[in-house]
Write a new protein. Structure first.
Length: 364
């Protein structure tokens, strides 16, 4: 990301092809070269070269081009080599400003190369606030590619703060690889609904269950991040149901749980979210467990539990929150067999009525 920001600074210095003042566009937005007179780029689109080795920039071309029809955007990588060594070159193609409210969007496009033997080192597709100010997001990266026209499926991205944004194609490669083509560039929004009615239940020190009402019938992705991170998940755990177990949590920590819907167009809805806090792994709730006895500890084979209030269930968790044993007791006393567990430290969680208590145990 640091390299991209520095390169963007160069773009402001190196001979951008002038464009007219344009009002921000709305989605769906397309870069359409069909009505453009070659060699000019479409109205409100800009292009720049990014090295001093070549002043070539993107332009509109027409004619018989393999895999493309009508006009196409073209970048010529041909330059005079220096002692047989092809210098590094680059060029940037940038959309006009597009107003994007908070939400999920996608960008799709087609690219190809005229020279079957040519190899383009790198092409990044970047979304950034209008004016090339940080932060920027690299939506997709194509490295060391060659060949004829390739249609890229919709690449999803999320806008957290409404505003004007640019979509840019940045090329960085060795010279004399042929003509690079771009076409059918489209930025669109997602119109599928997010899940609703979120709730978090069965909260433990290390796990919790996230529940929701499905908006589109699934599939879904769910995740949890500490509240202090302030970030949205990049992805989540896939499911077709209307609930999911969040694992790998830390005790006594504030979290935000997230879930989103898969849309028919291949994108995702906005993340729905709800906050919760995990419990204390060594908490003693009320007086329900005042007489609880768990022995022997350390234990080799069998734990004995006894309590004045009947114990419903006993569960054993690893230190990372993985449930490894669950046993119904429904009695004031009972045995839990741990013989099959590996040696180490575990947490025993006892359930009695609406209360729970967690105790650290050592398996020999």
């Amino acid at each position: 990301m640091k390299i991209i920001i520095v390169t963007t600074a160069f773009l402001l210095l190196l001979a951008p092809r002038a464009i007219a003042q344009c009002q921000p566009a709305q989605v769906p937005y397309t870069i359409d070269a069909e009505g453009t007179t070659p060699p000019f780029v479409p109205n409100c689109v800009s292009t720049s070269f990014t090295t001093f080795s070549s002043s070539e920039m993107w332009e509109t071309a027409s004619g018989s081009i393999g895999g493309f029809t009508g006009n196409v955007l073209q970048y010529d990588t041909a330059v005079e080599s220096n002692g047989g060594v092809n210098p590094g070159i680059g060029s940037n193609l940038t959309s006009q400003a597009i107003y994007l409210p908070q939400g999920n969007y996608s960008v799709s496009y087609k690219y190809g190369l005229s020279n079957p033997a040519g190899v383009i080192g790198r092409m990044d597709v970047i979304v950034s606030p209008n004016g090339f100010t940080a932060p920027q997001a690299v939506i997709s990266t194509h490295q060391n590619f060659s060949g004829s026209a390739v249609s890229v499926p919709k690449q999803s991205f999320t806008v957290e703060v409404a505003g004007n944004y640019n979509v840019a194609f940045y090329v960085d490669t060795q010279a004399n690889q042929g003509l690079l083509y771009l076409d059918d560039i489209k930025v669109d929004g997602s119109d599928c609904a997010s899940p609703t009615g979120l709730s978090v239940t069965s909260v433990t020190p290390f796990t919790a269950t996230l529940n929701w009402n499905g908006a589109v019938g699934g599939p879904y992705e769910f995740a949890a991040l500490p509240t202090e991170s302030g970030a949205l998940p990049a992805t989540g755990t896939a499911t077709t149901g209307s609930s999911g177990v969040l694992t790998g949590l830390e005790s006594e920590t504030a979290y935000v749980a997230y879930v989103r819907s898969a849309c028919a167009d291949g994108t995702w809805s906005i993340w729905s979210q709800v906050s919760f806090t995990t419990t204390d792994q060594l908490s003693v709730p009320d007086a329900v467990f005042n007489s609880l006895s768990v022995y022997p500890n350390p234990v080799a084979n069998t734990l004995t539990l006894s309590n004045a209030t009947a114990i419903d269930t006993a569960e054993v968790y690893t230190l990372t929150g993985q449930l490894v044993l669950s046993q119904k007791l429904n009695s004031n006393s009972g045995n839990v067999t741990v013989e099959g567990l590996a040696s180490g430290v575990y947490f025993l969680k006892a359930y009695a009525g609406n209360q729970t208590k967690t105790i650290k145990i050592l398996k020999q």
